[in-house]
Design a protein around this ligand. Sequence first.
Ligand code: ZN
Ligand code: ZN
Ligand code: ZN
Length: 257
Amino acid sequence: MRVTVLGCGASGGVPLLGCDCAVCHSPDPRDRRRRSSVLVEQGATRLLIDASPDLRAQLLDAQVTRIDAVLFSHAHADHCHGIDDLRLICRAMDTAVPAYGDAETLAELARRFGYAFEAKTTSWFRPALEPRTVNGPFAVAGATVRPFPQNHGPTMVTLGFRIGPFAYSTDVSDLDDDAFAALEGVETWVVDCQSIEPSYVHSHLERALGWIERVRPRRAVLTHMGHDFAYAALANRLPEGVEPGYDGLELVMEDGR
Ligand SMILES: [Zn+2]
Ligand SMILES: [Zn+2]
Ligand SMILES: [Zn+2]
């Protein structure tokens, strides 16, 4: 199994427009963060998690022209406003693409991007997405996906995803026992770490490290990072087995299908 971090930035990306801080002016390419999204490849199966506003550039860089499905963690703009770029995927594959999310997320996507769910055939002009409501574990193109709810602030729920040896937890402020059960035995975990200071809607460094200590993955990768973090300085202060993500990072693991 191979996972590519297509983007590991917070909602505004890094550099943040108009910001004068050192990280936003860093010459290190690992400090340039597109909005968060990952590509999961298990055998011939390719799953995209979230359609960030930077999706076109992300798919070009990763040379992705086909996917078996797109999984949405939630409907915040930084996770779905690249949805229109999926029309080129549908066009290249000449088929509709299943779009998985919880009922609330799919309803919000249908409200905001109705045209993407109405198409029966592919075209240059719009994506053709087939909504698939997630109520529990599901199989897609031979891969088994175990979704688990995560708190994203006091009023919002996002889906984390466990796929074999891999798990993805973006946009999360709290994890309950069911989430920790879903994460049990995970080999590689990509997890939200937006900032240094605590946040109501996201995980911050201390919280993320606490969760990692409890989950004990072989490898933990921080994502959804804002401009608090310079890659090199952060990498130096993290415990063994924990690292900051960067755009283009490839994570390879034994296939746990
Ligand atoms: Zn986000
Ligand atoms: Zn900045
Ligand atoms: Zn969010």
